[in-house]
Ligand binder design. Structure first.
Ligand code: ATP
Length: 248
């Protein structure tokens, strides 16, 4: 596995009034990993990835991406640098087709990538949009209005929108929530495929999915980092069992 540190946090903290949603978290993810972020409800997982993506600002601490301090960078700059965050279906435009939704993401990525010679901007947009839709298995649904698609397909569309940003780090927040068993199986295959070209950080409640996909697991509890380890280490960790796995 590659050993380059992609992203690192030091003392990352976010308080909401008196509540320590994320407290002094030191975290590191290496390029090429699939990392699962788990923890009980309210553990601070969404707050933590929101800090990484720049959707919210930290109360204290720092974030480095490829060795550069990005703590103060706005969300759009982090997207340009290669951090994509797909959060629930709220990012989809229901009145646009699947193709149009993904094309919007491609366009924002194209602003930072040089255009290859011999291909018009329109052709490139078309090709990249189709590629992203095909990678998630929605090639046949390109013309469907996003708002009329099934829940599972909307989740996949959201992943396609993330992929279209050509991220180095793709953060997925509870991507299998609401999917059928068959859809979950396809989704796991998709994440493995995505991991060939991007590092994946996955918030996931479905433990079989976590155990199947993750190279390593980070456990949060009450905003604090409780454990880091391989799936086997986390499964065997008594503290984790007590606060999380045993509670399921
Ligand atoms: N904008 C906010 N204002 C106030 N409190 C918040 C805000 N966002 C999150 N919290 C609180 O911070 C804590 C951590 O929430 P967060 O959503 O990060 O947890 P989570 O681990 O993602 O939970 P879940 O698994 O239920 O999604 C919770 O107690 C939550 O109520």
């Amino acid at each position: 596995m590659a050993s380059v540190t992609l992203l690192k946090t030091k003392g990352l903290t976010r308080h909401f009034g008196g509540l320590k949603a994320v407290n002094e978290v030191d975290f590191e993810i290496r390029e090429g990993e699939i990392r699962a972020l788990i923890g009980p409800n309210g553990a601070g997982k969404t707050t933590f990835v929101s800090l990484l993506s720049g959707r919210i600002a930290p109360s204290a601490g720092s974030i480095e991406f490829l060795g550069r301090d990005i703590t103060k960078d706005p969300a759009h700059k982090r997207v340009r640098d290669g951090i994509a965050y797909t959060f629930q279906i709220t990012s989809i435009y229901p009145g646009l087709t699947a193709f149009e939704n993904v094309a919007l993401s491609v366009q924002s990525a194209q602003r930072r990538a040089p255009k290859p010679a011999g291909l018009s901007a329109r052709d490139l947009l078309h090709r990249k949009t189709r590629d992203a839709l095909e990678r998630v298995g929605l090639g046949e649904r390109a013309g469907d209005l996003a708002g009329t698609m099934s829940y599972g397909h909307q989740r996949l569309l959201e992943v396609a929108m993330g992929l279209a940003l050509e991220p180095r780090l793709l953060i997925l927040d509870e991507p299998t929530q609401g999917l059928s068993d068959g859809e979950i199986e396809n989704f796991c295959a998709l994440v493995k495929e995505i991991a060939r070209s991007a590092t994946v950080l996955l918030i996931e409640h479905n433990m079989p999915v976590v155990m199947q996909l993750a190279d390593s697991i980070t456990v949060l509890d009450h905003g604090e980092l409780l454990a880091n380890g391989t799936p086997e280490e986390i499964r065997a960790n008594k503290t984790v069992q007590a606060v999380y796995l045993g509670a399921d």
